[in-house]
Design a protein around this ligand. Structure first.
Ligand SMILES: Nc1ncnc2c1ncn2[C@@H]1O[C@H](COP(=O)(O)OP(=O)(O)OP(=O)(O)O)[C@@H](O)[C@H]1O
Length: 231
């Protein structure tokens, strides 16, 4: 369970401190939680708080009772993060080497690590691409590989920040189907309202606040009304 208690994100800027997230209190227990809202509203900031990529300036963020501030390493082990751009995550020349690298902490034996990496690639549908150059993969395959690298570490929660934004319809479907097929809790930041509708609970973020929190259809209606009010 992830809990935010009056968590606030503030950054310094040349003109003084800027609040990226107003004090926010949430308990995130549902299997699939969507986060929607306009560009620049604070969705990524909220997502990054959940695994300590952003730290609260005030308030607390707890993952299974562990504080992101003081137990950052353990929190990051429990909460995996998938970025919009898979290239931000893929550092090795081939998929097999990349997933093997993700396993370096959890699997000490080298041969066993490779075997497990092949299993992970197989499970995500990339076993036939295991040894090709990463740069030759399609955008969808790269995003699946980034997800495989995260899943290899066996997190309890997967936070994905607009993981399908760069993908075409077919790749969006395949990445989304993997994400929604996970046994792990999923927190999905997305501009794709069809994906948001598949979530059990959806947060709408606007101007650095969570302005709606509830069932997906109601959240999408709320977001549409906000957009209409802006025109
Ligand atoms: N380090 C920073 N310093 C100053 N402002 C920042 C910083 N990081 C983010 N911001 C600003 O905070 C606001 C919220 O950013 P965030 O990335 O959380 O938005 P978002 O809702 O995820 O947007 P998008 O849908 O465009 O990805 C934006 O106006 C952004 O420019």
């Amino acid at each position: 369970m992830i809990e935010l208690r009056e968590a606030t994100v503030v950054v310094d800027s040349p003109t003084g401190p800027v609040t990226l997230l107003e004090p926010t209190t949430l308990a995130l227990g549902e299997h699939r939680i969507g986060v929607i809202g306009a560009n620049g509203s604070g969705k990524s900031t909220l997502a990054r708080l959940l695994n300590g990529l952003a730290l609260p300036a005030a308030g607390r963020v707890l993952v299974d009772g562990l504080d992101v501030d003081s137990d950052g390493r353990e929190v990051r082990r429990r909460v995996g993060f998938v970025f919009t751009h898979p290239d931000a995550q893929l550092v090795m020349p081939t998929p097999l080497e990349d997933v093997t690298l993700s396993l370096r902490r959890s699997v000490p034996d080298k041969a066993e690590r490779k075997r497990r990496a092949r299993e992970v690639l197989d499970a995500i549908g990339l076993s036939d691409r295991a040894d090709v150059p990463v740069h030759s993969l399609s955008g969808g395959q790269k995003q699946l590989l980034a997800l495989a690298g995260v899943l290899a570490t066996e997190p309890e929660v997967v936070v994905a920040d607009e993981p399908t934004t760069l993908l075409d319809l077919r790749n969006t479907r395949s990445v989304a189907d993997r994400l929604f097929g996970l046994r792990q809790q999923l927190v999905l930041v997305t501009h794709d309202l069809d994906l948001a509708r598949r979530c059990d609970r959806v947060l709408v973020v606007d101007a650095a606040r969570v302005v709606f929190d509830g069932p997906a259809d109601d959240a999408v209606a709320h977001y549409r009304a906000l957009a209409d009010a802006d025109v």
